[in-house]
Design a protein. Sequence first.
Length: 394
Amino acid sequence: MPGPPHFRRDLHFDILILGAGLAGASLAAALRRSPYRIGLVESRAPGPAPAGWDSRVYAVSPASQRFLQDLGAWRHLDAARLTPVYDMAIRGDGGGRLDFSAWDSGVDLLAWIAEADLMQRELWEGLRRQDNLTLLCPAQPQGLEVRRDAVLLRLTSGETLQAALAVGADGADSWLRAQAGLPADILGYGEMGVVANFECERPHRNTAFQWFRHDGVLAWLPLPGERISMVWSTPEAHAGKLLGLEAAALCRRVAEAGGQRLGALAPLTAAATFPLRMIRVPRIVAPRLALIGDAAHAIHPLSGHGINLGFADARELAGVLLSQAAGDCGDERLLRRYARARAEEVALLQWTTHGLQRLFRPSHPAVSLLRNLGLNLTDSLPVVRNMLVRYALG
């Protein structure tokens, strides 16, 4: 039987990771065979498993799935709660359409739909058994001091941790980023993401649906059986109206918005919301500091790539650190390799999703004609369409 997690046996580490979300936990797991002594600081441990389905689901790209498989986490996920996506149907607000097919693109699938809690719990269980890891949980950071040869992290408990490198994986409102003085350009969209799960009358056939509408972007992601998860990115006022609907009325509204594509809907989870914003961080590394996941960037969810960017950050930073395991892991020259490797993909996805969000906002009829024409043109060019699929696959 595995022993209990390692709590505060030593306050000196090579690497401190702040935040045990999906990005931070996967980075720690990716370093499991390294010689580094790792401390993982998290304010709270996972609570009891939620009953039913988690309303927070992610479209996990094949590249991210392979990463989780390499970590040993993927094979332990409950296969009955994972859904492969074989097709994607995108519709504009004026007759535009764009369809993606794994079969037409010569690939096995486009993505996996997985619950956030499912992945988080499996990664956490692996961390509890990791020999070179100390779980500092619950623990809350209070002060940060960066010296020439070390970083000191003071906890609210009064303890001071020392490491050669501190990694901020502590979310969009990153405490480490703020304490380190790394500026962030935050653009609020004035929108909320409304999420909920539903049972559907007709089978989804492993297809993800997305509608660019006058009131935002509506996405239906397939869940096992005849179930879907909804993400409706919509202006704040409309989000408030959706939250104010009773369950039956919300089901009717969501079904109507999707053109009754899957027939009548029945509620599985209550609706919840989260704010939508783009966060650009010009410098994601500094001496003895690095940022990953939402601490390093945030994008509009219409592309479904937010979590995949976080996994790619963890994979890249782990690779850089493993390549120099005998050196100083907090050397900024080393960390810049990670920053350069991640800059292009992050910038491309941020500005692409930002541009699409702006293009599909309610606007002049001429702009509506242009954006729907663009969808139809892309759909009519198989080479371009398949290139987009293969990029999304990683």
